[in-house]
Design a protein around this ligand. Structure first.
Ligand code: HEC
Length: 148
């Protein structure tokens, strides 16, 4: 992978992981907890691919494909998990989600489609870099409008 591209991929992954450090400890609404957990799992799968792209872990196509499949699986649940306008003092979800739920769903489907394609096609480390850059941008496209 080209250096600049790799840096972009790593940056985008870091940008969409954001404030993962925030504990879920205080979340009282089970529906909010469930959607946060799904997002956390998406983040964990992205981390698996991110550390490979960075060279922190050794590149393994099968592991990367499985992580991409995990992203697709959780992205596929996103629309249903967010459908009800559930609230909690700890949530980072913005009310705009339920004002433009169709657009929100489309964005989740874009992430899912990209991840699914990557899960089927990823063979080389270069594929991983390209795929991560695209996926990272898709996370960001949603977070920028719908997450605090
Ligand atoms: C369709 C919109 C959408 C897409 C696409 C999306 N997210 Fe999110 N994400 C959200 C929203 C909304 C929240 C805030 C949920 C809440 O706090 O109730 C969130 C929260 C998170 C969190 C914090 C979870 C926590 O611990 O509370 C992480 C990590 C995260 N997303 C990672 C990702 C990654 C990585 C991707 C891309 C592979 C992604 N998200 C794609 C909407 C999206």
């Amino acid at each position: 992978m080209q250096k600049a591209k790799k840096r972009i991929a790593v940056f985008l992954v870091a940008a969409c992981l954001g404030t993962v450090a925030l504990a879920h400890g205080g979340v009282k609404n089970a529906a909010v907890m469930a959607r946060m957990e799904a997002m956390k799992s998406i983040g964990d799968a992205m981390k698996v691919m991110g550390s490979m792209a960075k060279g922190k872990t050794e590149f393994d196509a099968a592991t990367a494909r499985a992580a991409a499949a995990d992203v697709a699986r959780f992205a596929a649940q996103t629309s249903a998990l967010f459908k009800a306008p559930e609230d909690d003092p700890k949530t980072e979800a913005l009310p705009a989600i339920w004002e433009r739920f169709e657009d929100f769903t489309t964005k989740a489907q874009e992430t899912e489609a990209l991840a699914r394609r990557l899960a089927l096609s990823l063979a080389t480390k270069a594929d991983l870099g390209t795929g991560l850059t695209q996926l990272g941008a898709s996370c960001k496209a949603c977070h920028k409008e719908y997450r605090k």
